[in-house]
Design a protein around this ligand. Structure first.
Ligand code: PEP
Length: 249
């Protein structure tokens, strides 16, 4: 039985006081009454303050991490450092990191292994561009990313990973895939995981949809049993919207 997971990617938003205030609001509005896992991913600078709140319902994670354990890597933040500030999750391979910062599947794979070793669950993002969708390459692209990102990760660790299917053309654009289209790709991801691992492992891995999710469209995705929640960008920055997504999911 998979517990759906709704995660908020705050991106480059929220100062420390703003992050603390939003977390307080979320915790109060949700009031423990959720059968979903709820995760927020603030900036690195706010993680320690969020940890200090001692939230019960809302977990926190990071938006990225280093592909190295320690050493001369100026500006990087390691898995152990994230664990230190209470992170239970880390988003890896977000399309913005892939496109703007050149993050490769090889780096995603290395980071995922390091995260798992520090007891942090990776949320691995995969997704196609509009051109790739139009030329019928969606499944090849997404399943290729998935295969490279999970390369060499053993079955116990694989079961702890969350996959986020995020069609790039739907991120921050107000465009969403239809529930049916998202489900088609997500079902293909699950079938591929069964090939890479086994049917039980594939059935245990949570796969989210991401791309312009709002309170008024989350149901369209959650209707499909293979879709286990959402990775939310813009709508995770306001307490009422994010709580609306959790409650409607
Ligand atoms: C995201 O950045 O992961 C995302 C899904 O953003 P948005 O919800 O704003 O489309």
């Amino acid at each position: 039985m998979r517990t759906p997971i709704i995660a908020g990617n705050w991106k480059l938003n929220k100062t420390v006081p703003e992050a603390v205030e939003l977390c307080r609001q979320l915790e109060a509005l949700l009031d423990g009454a959720v059968d979903r896992e709820v995760v927020v991913c603030p900036s690195f600078t706010a993680l320690s303050a969020v940890q200090a709140l001692g939230l019960v319902t809302v977990k926190h994670g990071a938006q990225n991490m280093a592909a190295y354990e320690s050493g001369a890597y100026t500006g990087e933040v390691s898995a152990a450092m994230l664990r230190d500030v209470g992170c239970q999750y880390v988003i890896l391979g977000h399309s913005e990191r892939r496109e703007l910062f050149g993050e490769t599947d090889e780096a995603v794979n290395t980071k995922a292994r390091l995260a798992l070793r520090s007891d942090i669950k990776p949320i691995i993002c995969v997704g196609e561009t509009l051109e790739q969708r139009r030329s019928g390459e969606t499944e090849d692209v997404v399943l290729g990313q998935l295969t490279r990102d999970f390369d060499g990760i053993d079955v116990e660790d694989a079961a702890r990973i969350v996959v986020a299917y995020e069609p790039i053309w739907a991120i921050g654009t107000g465009e969403t895939a239809s529930g049916e289209d998202a489900n088609t790709v997500i079902s293909a991801i699950r079938r591929k995981l069964a090939v890479l691992y086994d049917a039980d492992t594939a059935a245990s891995i949570r796969i989210q949809y991401g791309g312009s999710v709002k309170p008024n469209n989350i149901r369209e995705f959650m209707e499909y049993p293979d879709i286990d929640g959402a990775l939310v960008g813009g709508a995770s920055l306001r307490a009422d919207d994010f709580v609306g997504i959790v409650q409607c999911s």
